[in-house]
Ligand binder design. Structure first.
Ligand code: CMP
Length: 448
């Protein structure tokens, strides 16, 4: 059998199924014990179905590779050793068919005993926590969403378990004592009503809402209620804290951006910057957020990455520019890879001078978005309007001369800057690029 990659789609779907089966066990087992359900009918079908999946999983994992220090291990022997040393034993114990043995050996035992016999299945919960942790890193979904689903599931399971125990106490104490079930006249109600009332009590108590319409009547119930109220207060704080931080992280980038903008606005108000200028600053950040999601924030983390990964990320980030600039389209791969990590993004508002005629030049620019004009300060003559995919500022770099024209933005512009040192390095390594840039520069020089 072929070795499966642990991060493949098939594995993600299979693991979702394992989570679902485990969820079924976590819901059904306490319910069946507390509500003393029968062990046949739908329960038997669901048990057989879910157990078959868990048993298949035990064998399937012998054919599932694993990741060790970033490398995919697909050697059958190593996989077996690794699995045996890790999850194999716990998975085997979790699937041990105690319930089937009981069904065969003691067919007359009541249904809830089957529930107790299936308690071992809960051991799969540990595997599910691991699955969620892996999903946070590997699945192409916002990790916050995964954490949120995990949190909601755990909260619901706690509510459910508490409801089941609450009912179990009511049911066992009602024989010798007054119990919450008798005082709420629920002892002969349908199971669904009994479960809903128990869950209602569990959620109102755990969330500290406590309507007080279902109250403990005997000592055991009072003791249990006290424990749950205590648990509820701590859980409430835990949930509120977690949900608040999860929501804040849902779009962490936007949160950080908003924080930055708030700081800038506070600063401008303090320094009494004139209102029109404040508006310009706000417009600038607004543009920056809408079009590039504040690319300046990304760069810090990118610089920490190894060169090869960083290059691949830059190739992806600059894809739009690379497609737009004709000069890059024909260039060879090595040149592009060398160049992309040297480009620095810059966003400029309309009517902004990028280059002033006669000044010394230290960089050239590629236009990703927007429109600029090259013109003469002295005569006011416009040489050229330049748009996405074009470049400028190359003449001063090529000939180590002063700027031959002024360049000003007409609209908001997204540019990429290439500094002189980097430019010289690129020219040195790729003379063909030098020839092409020179050809264009000479044409421009002549049309002045
Ligand atoms: P540089 O001289 O470094 O700075 C001004 C830039 O304007 C220049 O490089 C060219 O990129 C650009 N430029 C100057 N003259 C023209 C022209 N006639 N047509 C297009 N671009 C020009």
């Amino acid at each position: 059998m072929q070795i499966i990659h642990p991060e493949s789609k098939v594995v993600i779907i299979w693991e979702s199924l394992i989570v679902l089966v485990t969820l079924y066990n976590y819901l059904a087992i306490p319910f069946r014990i507390a509500f003393k359900t029968s062990s046949g009918g739908i329960w038997l079908i669901l048990d057989i179905l879910s157990d078959s999946i868990l048993i298949t999983d035990i064998f399937l994992r012998f054919h599932m590779g694993y990741i060790d220090q970033g490398a995919f291990i697909n050697d059958q022997q190593k996989i077996q050793q690794h699995y045996r040393a890790n999850d194999f034993k716990i998975n085997l114990i979790a699937s041990f068919p105690v319930d089937i043995l009981i069904r065969v050996l003691f067919p007359s035992l009541p249904g809830y005993v089957i529930g107790i016999a299936r308690l071992l299945r809960l051991l799969r919960g540990f595997q599910c926590l691991g699955i969620f942790r892996r999903w946070e890193n590997n699945v192409n979904v916002n990790p916050v969403v995964i954490r949120m689903i995990n949190l909601v599931m755990i909260i619901f399971l706690i509510d459910h378990w508490v409801a089941c125990v609450w009912f179990f106490i009511g049911e066992t104490t009602k024989i010798s004592n007054e119990s919450w079930l008798t005082s709420a006249s629920l002892e002969n109600a349908r199971t669904t009503t009994q479960y809903m009332k128990s869950l209602y009590w569990s959620i109102t108590t755990l969330t500290t809402v406590g309507y007080g319409d279902i109250t403990p009547t005997n000592d055991l119930e009072i003791a249990f209620t006290l424990i749950i109220m205590f648990l509820g207060v701590s859980m409430y704080a835990f949930i509120i804290g977690n949900v608040a931080s999860l929501i804040a992280n849902l779009d962490a980038n936007q949160g950080r951006f908003r924080e930055k903008l708030d700081q800038i606005q506070a600063y401008m108000r303090e320094r009494r910057i004139p209102s029109p200028l404040q508006q310009q600053v706000r417009d600038y950040y607004q543009y920056m957020w809408e079009y590039s999601h504040d690319a300046s924030m990304e760069l810090d983390f990118l610089d920490e990455l190894p060169h090869s990964i960083k290059t691949r990320i830059y190739l992806h980030l600059h894809q739009e520019l690379l497609e737009k600039v004709p000069l890059f389209k024909e260039a060879d791969k090595g040149f592009i890879e060398d160049l992309v990590i040297k480009l620095r993004p810059r966003i400029l508002p309309p009517e902004d001078y990028i280059i002033r005629e006669e000044q010394l030049g230290h960089e050239m620019y590629f236009i990703k978005r927007g429109e600029v004009i090259a013109f003469s300060e002295k005569t006011g003559r416009v040489y050229r309007t330049m748009t996405a995919g074009m470049f400028f500022g190359e003449i001063a770099l090529l000939y180590s001369s002063r700027r031959t024209a002024s360049v000003k933005t007409q609209t908001y512009c997204e540019l990429f800057v290439l500094y002189k040192d980097d430019f010289d390095q690129v020219l040195e390594n790729y003379p063909r690029f030098w020839e092409k840039v020179k050809e264009i520069a000479e044409q421009r020089f002549q049309t002045k």
